[in-house]
Design a protein around this ligand. Structure first.
Ligand code: ATP
Ligand code: MG
Length: 364
C-alpha cells in the first residue's frame, strides 16, 4: 500500500505558530522528503461553518489567508494538492453513509468535541452539524484513502473514530476504505502548544495566538507579554520552567544552532533551563532570545507571503486546480463506495437483468 498523506485546517482565521509546530512544519518536511505517493492539504470550510453558520463571510475571507499561510510556510502546489472542502460534494455524500455506522453516544464520548462544546458555550444548543463533525472528518480522510495524518494531539480522538468507521464500513460492505494513523510531533510541547497566556491550547477562536503572518514588532509585543513564572519576582529567585510559556515555546522552537548563533553562553536549552531554575537569570533576556528564535522561522515566511500577495488571482487558481484534481480522486472512491454499498443501480447490469427476469416470470 502506498503512502497517502492528508491534513487540513479550518479557515476560521490566519494560521498561528501552534499550527506550525503541531502539523504544518511536518507537512512541509514530508513534502520536501518526497517519500509519498500523494499528499493533500485542504481548507475545512464545511467544518468551519458548523460553528460559524451565521458568519459565512468570516470563512470566505479566511480561505485566502490560510492559502497564503500554506504557501508562505513552503507548501508547494506542484508537490501537494491544495483544495477546498466544500467544493468536493462527494465528501458530504460519504459523511451521510458513515453517519449510519456510528451512534450518538459514541460521538458524545469524544473528548475533543466535549472540550470544544464547553469552549463555545453551546451546552444544550449544540448545532447538529457541529456535533457530527468528527464523522465528516472521517469522510475527509477516507475519501482520499489517506493513511498518514500529521496533526496535533487534539486530533487523536478523531482518528480513533475514523478507524472505527473504516472497520465498520469494510466489515459491512467490503474492503474499500483505508485505516489511517496520526503522525504526532515527537516533542510534547508541539503536540498541543498553549496560548501566550498559558491557559488553553493556542487556538484561533481564543485570541491567544502568535500568527505566522504577524510583523516582527507584533511578535515582539506578544513575546514580551508572555506568561512566565509568577514566583520569579526578583532576579535571584529560583525560577520554574514548567508551565512557563517562554520555555514551552523554546521547547517547541529552539535548536542548538540557535544557541550557537544567538546566545553562545549556553550550549543548549537544558543549560539555559538549569540557570533559570537556579536563579539569577531574568525573564527579559529569555524573551529576547525566544523572539530571535521565532523570527528566524517567521521572517522567511513573511517574505514568501509578501510575494504571493502580489498575485492573489493566481493563489485562487492554485486552489481551483488542486480542487479539480482532488475531485477526480474523490469521484473514483465514491464509485467504489456505492458499488460496495450496492447502490450503484444504473451501473449494475446484473441487477437490471435479475429484476427483469423476476418480473418477467411474474407475467407468465
Ligand atoms: P479553531 O479554533 O477554529 O478550532 P484551531 O486553532 O484549533 O482553530 P484547527 O484548524 O482546528 O485550528 O487545527 C488545524 C491543525 O492544527 C490540526 O492538525 C491541529 O491538531 C493543529 N493545531 C491547532 N492548534 C494547535 C496547537 N495549539 N498546538 C498544536 N497543534 C495545533
Ligand atoms: Mg480546532
Amino acid at each position: 500500500m502506498g503512502k497517502v498523506i492528508l491534513t487540513g485546517d479550518r479557515p476560521t482565521g490566519r494560521l498561528h505558530v501552534g499550527h506550525y509546530v503541531g502539523s504544518l512544519r511536518r507537512r512541509v518536511e514530508l513534502q520536501n522528503e518526497g517519500d509519498y505517493d500523494r499528499m493533500y492539504v485542504f481548507m475545512a470550510d464545511v467544518q468551519a461553518l458548523t460553528d460559524n453558520a451565521d458568519n459565512p463571510e468570516k470563512i470566505r475571507q479566511n480561505i485566502i489567508e490560510v492559502a497564503l499561510d500554506y504557501l508562505a510556510a513552503g507548501l508547494d502546489p506542484e508537490k501537494c494538492t491544495l483544495f477546498i472542502q466544500s467544493q468536493i460534494p462527494e465528501l458530504s455524500e460519504l459523511t451521510t453513509y458513515l453517519m449510519n455506522l456510528i451512534t450518538v453516544s459514541r460521538v458524545q464520548r469524544n473528548p475533543t468535541v466535549k472540550t470544544e462544546i464547553k469552549m463555545r458555550n453551546f451546552e444544550a444548543n449544540i448545532p447538529l452539524g457541529f456535533f457530527c463533525y468528527p464523522v465528516s472528518q472521517a469522510a475527509d480522510i477516507t475519501l482520499f484513502k489517506a493513511n498518514i495524518v500529521p496533526a496535533g494531539e487534539d486530533q487523536e480522538p478523531m482518528l480513533e473514530v475514523t478507524r472505527e468507521l473504516v472497520n465498520r464500513f469494510n466489515n459491512t460492505y467490503g474492503p474499500v476504505l483505508v485505516e489511517p494513523s496520526i503522525m504526532l510531533p515527537p516533542e510534547g510541547a508541539c503536540r498541543r502548544l498553549p496560548g501566550i497566556d498559558g491557559k488553553a491550547k493556542m487556538s484561533k477562536s481564543l485570541g491567544n495566538c502568535i500568527y505566522l503572518s504577524e510583523t516582527a514588532d507584533e511578535v515582539w509585543q506578544k513575546v514580551r507579554s508572555m506568561y512566565t513564572d509568577p514566583e520569579h519576582v526578583n532576579l535571584n529567585d529560583p525560577g520554574h520552567v514548567e508551565g512557563n510559556m517562554v520555555f514551552t515555546y523554546l521547547d517547541a522552537f529552539s535548536t542548538d544552532q540557535d544557541f550557537a548563533d544567538f546566545w553562545p553562553e549556553y550550549k543548549n536549552l537544558d543549560e539555559l533551563k538549569d540557570h533559570y531554575r537556579r536563579g539569577g537569570l531574568g525573564d527579559m533576556k529569555c524573551k529576547k532570545f525566544l523572539n530571535k528564535v521565532l523570527n528566524r522561522t517567521l521572517e522567511p515566511m513573511r517574505e514568501r507571503r509578501h510575494e504571493f500577495e502580489k498575485d492573489i488571482p493566481e493563489v485562487y487558481n492554485i486552489l481551483k486546480k488542486g480542487t479539480e484534481s482532488a475531485r477526480e480522486v474523490a469521484a473514483c472512491t465514491i464509485d467504489e463506495v456505492r458499488h460496495a454499498m450496492r447502490i450503484d443501480y444504473f451501473n449494475d447490469a446484473e441487477l437490471i437483468a435479475e429484476q427483469a427476469e423476476r418480473f418477467a416470470s411474474k407475467q407468465q
